[in-house]
Design a protein around this ligand. Structure first.
Ligand SMILES: [Zn+2]
Ligand SMILES: [Zn+2]
Length: 172
């Protein structure tokens, strides 16, 4: 069974330089707020694979992989959408190695797996959450989902008021 965890302590692994370990964890993921809407992440506890290697000099090389779905309204047509993404993220942590080698998700020897997974998922997601990649959105006239309507869906144009003026002219 994978352990349920928000954070993961590297110290008890007792890894020496060049050694690595693969951990399978279940990480609870908070909902994401996008464009004023709430998107729940499913499953509630996302199974993740965390690869840990101890580098020479005492640093850590970390890789986090998982698949997660988000569930919420399609940003074009408001129908239920639950697209999913594969996430593959890496971090390097080397104490005293400068900002490039200072992972925001590693404090001492504790990895904030939940915060890392959430940020990595947000980065992997496109700008728009859609029910289908080519969702046609809503008809601007009647507000129905265009994907639910026949392809020739159209509305009678209201007659241009300028024509009625012409109709009142009398041509003798
Ligand atoms: Zn849609
Ligand atoms: Zn319409």
């Amino acid at each position: 069974m994978a352990a349920r965890t928000d954070t993961f302590d590297l110290a008890p692994l007792h890894l020496r330089a060049g050694e690595g370990r693969r951990m399978e964890l279940e990480v609870p993921m908070a909902p994401l707020q996008l464009g004023g809407d709430r998107y729940d992440v499913t499953p509630a506890r996302v199974p993740v694979v965390l690869d840990v290697s101890r580098m020479t000099g005492g640093g850590w090389s970390l890789r986090l992989r998982f698949h997660a779905d988000v569930h919420g309204p399609c940003m074009r047509c408001l129908a239920d959408a639950s697209p999913g993404w594969d996430v593959d993220a890496r971090e390097i942590e080397q104490a005293g190695g400068g900002p490039e080698l200072d992972s925001p998700y590693v404090l001492g020897e504790v990895v904030d797996v939940a915060a890392w997974a959430r940020d990595a998922l947000a980065l992997a997601m496109p700008q728009q959450v859609l029910c289908t990649p080519d969702c046609a959105g809503l008809c601007p006239e009647c507000g129905e989902r265009l994907d639910d309507l026949p392809p020739d869906h159209a509305h009678e144009r209201a007659p241009d008021p300028r024509w009625s003026v012409l109709n009142e002219l009398k041509f003798d």
